[in-house]
Design a protein around this ligand. Sequence first.
Ligand code: EPZ
Length: 434
Amino acid sequence: MDKFIIKGGRRLTGEVTISGAKNAAVAILPAVILSDEPCIIENVPSISDVNISIRILKEMGADVEFMGNNTYRIDPSSIDRYCVPYETARKMRASYYFLGALLGKFNKARVSMPGGCPLGDRPIDQHLKAFTALGADYNLSQGMIDLKADSLKGNQIFFDVVTVGATMNAMLAAVKAEGLTIIENAAKEPHIVDLANFLSAMGANIIGAGTDVIKIKGVKYLHGTTYSVIPDQIEAGTFMVAVAATKGDVLIKNVIPKHLESITKKLEKIGVNIQQFDDSIRVWVDGPLVKTNVKTAPHPGFPTDMQSQIATLLTLAEGTSIITENIWEQRFRYVDELRRMGADITVNGKVALIEGKGKLMGAPVKACDLRAGAALIIAGLAASGVTEIEDIFHIERGYDCMEGKLRALGADIEKISVPETQSKSEKESSKEAV
Ligand code: EPZ
């Protein structure tokens, strides 16, 4: 099992380049199945969730070539099955995007149920609502989801909750369905727009992505294309918070400032200086951090995937801050670990009360999910003394060479391997990820 060892107290300075967006890549890679010709996908992050997506494509018969420089050439024409191998699919929650892509291409799909996970219940009722609206029947048995349709016909889909995954899956299933599909109460995250742009680059007819109404006119044929994944909004936000937590000064490159608006506004309220350029931002701190309240919400609100990171920053501000988590019912599991580092945080349901003390102390801690792990790295960078972080496989699911990028900014962080008595939590967690 690998660990991060961080000696805290070093300011982050210099320049860092953000990688492609995890939550866009894990939807775009399955979407290649819908094409009738090879596609080239660029700026793909080197993370384990992408490795699992690529492995699934290969196991289903696609011809996949890694061309170097974060670029893959994928020819889906040799895909000859519609069932995603159970063991591989279970390793990644986003494997459910193969449901929408396979249904959209073959009128049938069979993928393992995405289990519960560190964030709490992960229902898929809205995904199934979208698929049935388009004419598919489903059957859930032995942990698998089976979808079948004689043919897919466009329809109106109104989501009861704003859901990224179901919005993505509805688009994937609808792009080749006959007629018009209208998706209402759609999610508006940047990765939703990125998937829509990729599908459009293949010849799909989609308008409205990024708003709460997406209209799709089905087409018969989708041609190959070359497409570059957008920069990762959450990786950029994570680095912004890390710079603030170490009172550093860093130029963060390969970003889309518009995607960072809610994070930028919140950090400026906390006392962080941010200067925006076309595709980069400079982040620095030259004064005290100020207590601030945060409520997570679907885009363009403050992203839930930044909640644990900003909470860590607020433990370093003097005074009481309030965090309200409105998306996931169990997204405060990192709090126990921060308490081991001296944080004073009280959690009551979806609200966390943070009594900022202005400092943290290094300690041995454990990552319980992807973003919780990122928060612990930030805490370790800011803390006095040494922090050891276990179960870093969570972090490596969604951050492309985090420790290398941090070391280049002056952090004292290294990854060490410990004897292979795989921890219980790694055994459990490697079965399912968020
Ligand atoms: C995506 O998860 C992201 N994962 C999550 O990021 C992110 O936290 C989440 O969107 C919200 O932005 C990927 O993109 C791979 P949802 P997803 O469907 O699609 C409820 C990370 O750290 N819901 O938008 O699973 C659900 O319970 C990960 O990168 C239903 O009720 O999230 C939740 O309360 C963690 N029924 C809310 O909607 C459904 O059928 C939002 O979930 C689906 C969802």
